[in-house]
Design a protein around this ligand. Structure first.
Ligand code: SF4
Length: 112
């Protein structure tokens, strides 16, 4: 089958094809980055920092000064929108859960 499109229609067709491919690529990239941005306990560097997805699972022998009140949401290096179960950690520069913890925890200063 042969398409006999006038030159302008061919350009429009090509433009739509390129835009469509670009939208699909961008959507795929966004999905991929949301999966890879989360800090994992098994990643080498977070593991070396004692990172846990839940502060209740921190090794109490290895980190005797850790308390259950220490969690990412109480850390100076954590930021998130209200009600969001995850936020950004400026130390790892990745996403962490509100209940996470690592040995770089810095108590957030009380606001008055
Ligand atoms: S630096 Fe703070 S916010 Fe980042 S993982 Fe450690 S405790 Fe959580």
């Amino acid at each position: 089958m042969k398409f006999n499109m006038p030159s302008n229609n061919r350009r429009v067709f090509m433009l739509h094809t390129l835009v469509g491919a670009s939208v699909v690529a961008t959507a795929h990239q966004a999905h991929a980055s949301s999966e890879t941005d989360a800090v994992k306990e098994t990643d080498a560097y977070p593991k070396s920092m004692g990172f846990r997805l839940n502060t209740a699972n921190v090794d109490k022998v290895k980190y005797p000064r850790h308390t259950l009140e220490q969690r990412c949401s109480e850390c100076q290096l954590y930021s998130s929108k209200a009600g969001d179960p995850t936020g950004n950690c400026s130390f790892f520069k990745r996403v962490v859960p509100v209940d996470g913890w690592c040995r770089n925890f810095k108590q957030r200063k009380a606001t008055s």
